[in-house]
Each structure stands twice: as C-alpha cells, then as structure tokens.
Design a protein around this ligand. Structure first.
Ligand code: FEO
Length: 404
C-alpha cells in the first residue's frame, strides 16, 4: 500500500481514500467505549467530474481537509454524495459547500430533510436521487441503492459499476483504528478486529437485521470486487466472503459459534463465585468457548456483542431494592433494544431474604424473541452452600446438552 501519513491513498486508478484515525474520543455516539479508537473513511473519485463520497467526523477534520485538497490537486469539486447524515460523517458538509459553492449535493429526500435539521441548510445545487438512480461521472457510473435503517432512514449504498465497488456507509464497518493498514487482508482481522466489528454491528445496526437482509437481497446478483465502508478496513477480493458470512449470521440472529457468555453482577463476590464455578464446570465438560463479563466493570455493549456471537447466554445477578441490580438491568435493556434473539439462556439469582432477581431476569429474557430457557434457575441466598453444587453441576450439564 502506498501509504503516506496524512495524505490520500489511491485504492483504484482514480479513486482515493481520504479518511483518518481518531484515538482521542472516549465514547462513540456518547455511549460506546472505543478504547482502540475508530476510523472515519471518505472517498474521492477523480473522473471527468470529481466526486466526494461523504465527509468526516469533526475529530479528524484537519486530516480530511489536507487529504481532500491533496487529492483534488487544484480541481474543483463537482459532486458531494451523502450516503449517511450522521455527524460522524457529516461534520464537514457545510464547509465543503462553502469551499466549493458550485458543488452539487447528492442525496435522497430524507438526506435533505436531515441536512436542514442538522445545519439549517438547503443547498442551492442539489440532486435528489431515488432508489436505482444513476449518476455518471465520465468513466464511472454510480448507482444508488437505498439501505433504509442501516443505520438511519436516509442511508444509501453507492455502487460504482466500473470498478464494481460498493460504498456501504456504516455497513461492514468496525470500531478500532486502521493504524497504517487500509485493507482487511493486511491485518489479522479475525484475531485483532472481529470482536470490535461484532460489537460495532450488534450495537449500531443489530436491531435492524431485517433491513440488512433487505439490502442484501437487492444486491444478490450484483458483482462486488471491493467494499468501502465508512469505518474500518476496506474489503476486497476473496475477503469479501468472510465479512458477508458474518453479516448474514448477525443479521439473521444466528450464533457464530457454540459457546457460552456468562455475564454477572456481584456486590460482595458471592454471585461472582457461582458464575466462576459454573465456568469451571463448563470448561471441565469440554466447552471450548466460555467468556465472562463482570457487568459492574464493562459497558453493556460488550455483553450484547458476545450475545450475538455465542449460542448460550447465562445472566447472574443479585436482588437490589426488591428489584434487579441496576447494572444487570442496564444489560438487559441493551439486549432488549438491540433485539437479541434466538438464543438459549440460563439464569442465576441471588437474594438474601426475598430473591427477585432470578424472576426478573427470566421474565425479561423470555420476552425476547425465540429464546429458550436451559436448565433450572439457580438461586442462592447470600452465598452458595456446598450442598448446592450438584444442582449447579446439573445446570452445567443441561447447558452442555443444549449445545449438542
Ligand atoms: Fe458511522 Fe451511523 O454513522
């Protein structure tokens, strides 16, 4: 890769990546921790007409402007295509229009509504497109494929018929910076990025699985040689099949693999001790994939990410104020919102005098779509007694059996 720090990168003869990494933000959307940062991608096509596909987050605007000016090399900008209006890609829209007053802004009716809502802006030069419309830049013809609710209602993918590139907005993106790599085949994605890609999908697009499927259906017979998302690495060649396979599983709520995520809250270590013991029993019975989260210490997005990954979920929490401990309630709320479904679940509760947590966990998990309870609810009163071990062993056996 001809990488020059802070300069545009040629991804095709006349197409350039002009994105950048952000390692300064602590939270994405003011909500999701991004300890490994995030990248914001945008692209420029230099054809008979010049075209910018999306802008940037404000955190990388200086890089974006350096890259854009360098890529255009004195040419004027003819088109600004807005795939997605979320400000992590739209922070420079106003300045782009001010800098290139003749630019034609390309979007759909919802794009222009949002442009007005966010920036009180009604561009003088605009091209409002509909599903399937095309825009010819010279050698490149761009086709607009609406991707409603992947992740917002105005989102549209753009397909370049010449180079068979799908500009996919938020889809196929990930948390985590690129750190010098631009393509997924330049990194060990499975080892270093997949967990963050899954957490990104599950928490950003996860509830819109049917919408993801709808746009996949529209693209079924479209040849794609490269996928250029707005976050994370570019996908090309055979690697496209890898991420498509993940997206098909995630968007149909099928687990990626057999395994157990155990998420627990513990006030004085007694509920944690049960969770730990169960994990030991599961491993001893041959379960390869067991992941644990102390939800007093991790953001719910990590639990939701692993709920999309594994076949089995175990939630363990104490009773609190005759209710469920609020940290576990927050996890369940995120699972509800992101429509976690089609999983097997088991429940562990704790209550010193009136255990309410197991009942509440079970009710809330059971209310999610296509969820199957495995084993008997395991309840302790303050701490686990030695005589309860066979009961916990039975729960472990039931979980193992459910994975066969
Ligand atoms: Fe990366 Fe929905 O914005």
């Amino acid at each position: 890769m001809a990488f020059t720090k802070d300069s545009e990168i040629k991804i095709k003869e006349d197409i350039f990546w002009i994105g950048g990494d952000d390692r300064t933000a602590g939270l994405f959307e003011g909500s999701f921790p991004i300890p490994e940062g995030v990248s914001y991608n945008s692209y420029v096509i230099l054809d008979e007409k010049t075209c910018l596909l999306d802008t940037c987050d404000i955190s990388i605007s200086a890089k974006f402007w350096r890259n854009l000016r360098h890529a255009l090399d004195g040419r004027k900008l003819d088109y600004l295509v807005i795939d997605h209006m979320e400000p992590d890609h739209g922070a420079a829209i106003v300045q782009v229009i001010e800098t290139y007053p003749d630019v034609i802004v390309v979007g759909n009716s919802k794009t222009f509504d949002m442009l007005d809502n966010f920036y009180q802006l009604k561009p003088a030069n605009k091209l409002e497109v509909k599903e399937g419309d095309v825009l010819c830049l010279g050698k490149h013809t761009l086709k607009f494929v609406f991707a409603v609710m992947v992740h917002w209602p105005e989102v549209m993918f753009v397909y370049d018929e010449k180079d068979r590139i799908l500009f996919s907005a938020d889809a196929f993106g990930t948390f985590k910076t690129l750190s010098g790599a631009l393509y997924s085949d330049e990194i060990d994605f499975d080892r270093d990025y997949l967990d963050e890609a899954r957490r990104y999908y599950a928490n950003i697009v996860g509830k819109y699985g049917s919408k993801v499927q709808a746009v996949f259906n529209k693209l079924e017979n479209v040849p794609i040689d490269m996928i250029c998302p707005l976050h994370g690495p570019i996908w090309r060649g055979e690697n496209i099949g890898y991420i498509m396979e993940k997206y098909i599983l995630w968007s149909t709520y099928e687990p990626e693999e057999k395994g157990v995520v155990i998420a627990y809250t513990s006030m004085y270590g007694n509920t944690a001790a049960v969770a730990d013991k169960l994990a030991l029993m599961l491993k001893a019975k041959g379960v390869e994939n067991v992941t644990m989260h102390d939800v007093t210490r991790v953001h719910p997005s990590y639990v939701v990410g692993d709920a999309f990954r594994f076949s089995n979920i175990v939630l363990a929490a104490p009773t609190y104020n005759n209710n469920l401990h609020p940290t576990m309630s927050a996890v369940l709320e995120d699972m509800e919102i992101m429509t976690v479904q089609n999983r097997k679940f088991s429940v562990i509760g704790n209550g010193s005098w009136a255990p309410q947590s197991p009942k509440i966990i079970e009710e809330r998990l059971s209310a999610m779509k296509n969820m199957t309870k495995v084993g008997e609810t395991f309840v302790i009163k303050s701490s686990m007694r030695p005589e309860q071990l066979p009961e916990l062993e039975k729960l472990a056996e039931d979980i193992v059996a459910s994975m066969q």
